[in-house]
Design a protein around this ligand. Sequence first.
Ligand code: FES
Length: 107
Amino acid sequence: MDHHPGNWVFALAAGELRADDVVGIVAAGHDIAIYSVGGAVYATSNVCTHGQARLCDGFLVDHEIECPWHQGRFDVRNGQPTCGPATEAVRSYPVRIDEQGVYVQID
Ligand code: FES
């Protein structure tokens, strides 16, 4: 796992994330969901705050990820809950992209 100044950690290679899709990865021990929405890339914790469901197994609709267990929703841009039963935000990670791929800032 590559580490970069400022705790940027390589998440996945360019081409591993399809347009308007979500992929689950583990970077520096963090379970993270990477989203592609309308040409932009976002990252949040991959674990729902209502239960232990993995958000990458849910449905991505525009900027919202719907949890596969109880259909709670989160805004992938900031992790904020947008539909119950989820009421607590998931962690949001800054994202950087270069020709190699996608990086997330862990701290
Ligand atoms: S586990 Fe995600 S909404 Fe319940």
